[in-house]
Design a protein around this ligand. Structure first.
Ligand SMILES: NC(=O)c1ccc[n+]([C@@H]2O[C@H](COP(=O)([O-])OP(=O)(O)OC[C@H]3O[C@@H](n4cnc5c(N)ncnc54)[C@H](OP(=O)(O)O)[C@@H]3O)[C@@H](O)[C@H]2O)c1
Length: 345
């Protein structure tokens, strides 16, 4: 059994990590850290885990974490992660960071959208943890920057097609809707019940921090600069993310042709499900799972390809993908601990 710690384990992404890891066949969860809940049983904070997780939350200390674990998940806010991760790497730990701090290759791009980077050297060796794109690099990595939820939902449908001759990469518009757990557990007016219930709104229009992340990954993969027009929305559901992408077509292409690009790219990828033509993804079908469902349609009248993806923002958009990355880093089956069947409704 591999010993694993979750830093920031009482936030939404951290708690979801605790859930997934507690059912993992090759892992022993040895430590959960929290400042606010130090000394309190994890099951006091999340009573659903009573009888399943018997750990008490502890304050973070590099020494204690290093003694307790070989693999460390950091589920902390950006800026905080980059203060914690370098010490853990120096101690020889494998680290999967869920914040934005180790997702960027270009430190200047990170600094333009976030804050000064305190561990730039590590960006050279950190691997962007999208397993469907970087499987081989993840196998060798000591530090994985786990992708953002919106980028995961945008990149997975686009990657198989971005180099196709019929796609116009300068015309991509992505429109995403996220459940409110995407904003984390801290209390804020924007996620207050009365502000989100029976409401549906756009926010950070063309200015969301996940936009440069998707642009950088797609540009490196496509070998040319790509800028996506991206608008996120908040919907009154707890978990789930639905993304609709519109791409201009340079040549006539059939829905069947698009299907064959998607099918062949994802033929051996266990967590991407391509929907049959004329069935479209629904957040309900991926709830609590590590799946990304992808649907597609060619709008012949307007010469646009429409791609639709659904993920659970807390699983494939965060903690499930982080465990998938750990599985790959440690040579376990990619699906270990992540293979529970979805709820049918
Ligand atoms: N929610 C999602 O759907 C999602 C998806 C993808 C990625 N992520 C990323 O995952 C990370 C965690 O997100 P979240 O949604 O779980 O946030 P959250 O619910 O606000 O949890 C944040 C966690 O970090 C700890 N923390 C906060 N400030 C800290 C500080 N200054 N020093 C040390 N610990 C601190 C908190 O616990 P204490 O205050 O008790 O220490 C808590 O456990 C973020 O970087 C986020 O961008 C989240």
């Amino acid at each position: 059994m591999v010993k694993v710690a979750v830093i920031g384990g009482t936030g939404y992404a951290g708690a979801e990590l605790v859930r997934v890891l507690s059912g993992h066949p090759h892992v022993e969860l040895t430590m959960i850290t929290s400042r606010r809940y130090e000394g309190r049983p994890f099951s006091d904070i999340y009573p659903a885990m009573a009888g399943i997780v018997n750990l008490t939350c502890r304050a973070f200390s590099e020494e204690a974490v290093s003694k307790s674990a070989d693999v460390v998940f950091t589920a902390l806010p950006h800026e905080i992660s980059m203060g914690v991760v370098p010490g853990l790497i120096d101690q020889g730990k494998k680290v999967i960071d869920l914040s934005a701090d180790f997702r960027f290759k270009d430190p200047a791009l990170y600094e333009a959208w976030y804050e000064p980077h305190q561990a730039k050297e590590l960006l050279k060796t950190a691997v962007y943890g999208l397993p469907e794109l970087h499987f081989n690099d993840i196998q060798k990595a000591s530090l994985v920057g786990n992708p953002g939820c919106y980028p995961t939902s945008v990149l997975l449908p686009l990657m198989p097609l971005i180099k196709a001759p019929f796609i116009d990469p300068d015309t991509i518009i992505a429109d995403s809707k996220s459940g409110t757990s995407g904003a984390g557990r801290s209390v804020s007016l924007t996620t207050h019940f009365c502000e989100v219930n029976e409401a549906f709104k756009a926010y950070n229009v063309a200015a969301h921090r996940h936009n440069p992340e998707m642009d950088e990954v797609l540009s490196l993969f496509a070998g040319r600069t790509i800028h996506i027009t991206f608008t996120p929305h908040l919907v009154p559901i707890t978990r789930g993310m639905l993304t609709t992408i519109y791409v201009g077509l340079k040549e006539d292409v059939s829905t069947r042709d698009v299907a064959s690009f998607l099918d062949s790219f994802y033929a051996d990828k266990p967590f991407v499900r391509i929907c049959p033509m004329s069935r479209f993804p629904n957040t309900m079908y991926v709830r609590g799972t590590n799946y990304c469902d992808i649907g597609f349609h060619v709008a012949e009248r307007t010469k646009r390809l429409i791609l639709i993806s659904a993920i659970d923002n807390l699983v494939k958009g965060a903690s499930g993908q982080a465990v998938q990355n750990m599985n790959i880093m440690l040579g376990f089956a990619e699906t270990a601990g992540l293979d529970q069947p979805p709820f049918p409704l």
